[in-house]
Design a protein around this ligand. Sequence first.
Ligand SMILES: Nc1ncnc2c1ncn2[C@@H]1O[C@H](COP(=O)(O)OP(=O)(O)OP(=O)(O)O)[C@@H](O)[C@H]1O
Ligand SMILES: [Mg+2]
Length: 326
Amino acid sequence: MPAIIRTDDLCKYYVLGQEKVRALNHVNLEIERGQICCILGTSGSGKSTLLNQLAGLEKPTRGCVWIGKHNISKMSENDLALFRQRHVGFIFQSYNLFGTMTALENTAAPLLYRGIPRSVREKAAAKILREVGLGDRMRHLAGQMSGGQQQRVGIARAFVARPSIVFADEPTGNLDSRTTIEVMELLVHLSREHHITFILVTHDRELSAYADRIVTLKDGVVVGDEPNEPLIGRKEEAAGEENPFAPPADGGAPKETPPPGEEEDPLAPLRTAEEDENSPFAPPKEGGPEEAPPPGDGPAEAPGEAAGRETGSPAEAKNTEETGGS
Ligand SMILES: Nc1ncnc2c1ncn2[C@@H]1O[C@H](COP(=O)(O)OP(=O)(O)OP(=O)(O)O)[C@@H](O)[C@H]1O
Ligand SMILES: [Mg+2]
């Protein structure tokens, strides 16, 4: 299986007064396409920093990150924003939904930024909301939903555009233990079903049981990298590729029957051409992705970017990071 993500000697240092914090120190990783990879470590070990690097939310101090054939560390901020819109989904501990928008509107938002027509957006959002068990809550305001429901909306939003990679930073950190299991099963189910690479960051060793691989960080250094026999295996992959919205074979996640006539994937006609040309696996193009509207055409920022700022690092990093290195 080819690597979808590769880091080469990745370093991220922050300067705080006189002190240099080595948040990531010479990290070399390759993550396979379709893999569920858990990045495990105690608080301050560099997990979120690594996630932000892999997702292109921050620039490294040294080294680089490749996604497919693209060196994302060398992309301009504009190209990176477009690249993320197209290929990456995010899930955050604090959900980061727009509380005054409905579940449907929140879920459809990543498609809006990509200039996809409203009817298609809503169909795709409705379909994935049914898949996460919220078929009867689509018109509810996100701010009036329970934590578990909000995280399901967050998951639907992350997967709606069928990204190549979904990143989740402590996605169950605010949930009780029963809801944690439901959310983890749902995440694994969606990743397997749609053959999406899923990178999970957590301090909770129990959650790592869902992963195909466990990478352990300590003080910014990879101190462990082990394959793992996951709680939910890969057996559904073949069926999933033929019909991405086929119900799961082993009932890991909630199932809801779509209304007649809506079994097909609303995004399929748009995606086929995009996948060929803009997949991270396609040969790199001059100037990066071009077809999406420029960032100024949609709402001010993509959810991932708004979320990135709320969760800390990217904006602050600019003021504190060391500018040296290549
Ligand atoms: N923007 C920043 N400016 C300065 N230091 C930072 C910044 N972001 C992270 N750090 C430092 O880098 C180290 C790693 O932080 P990071 O947030 O990646 O840890 P973490 O493993 O995600 O921790 P937690 O489990 O608490 O979320 C810490 O020492 C942190 O203080
Ligand atoms: Mg963190």
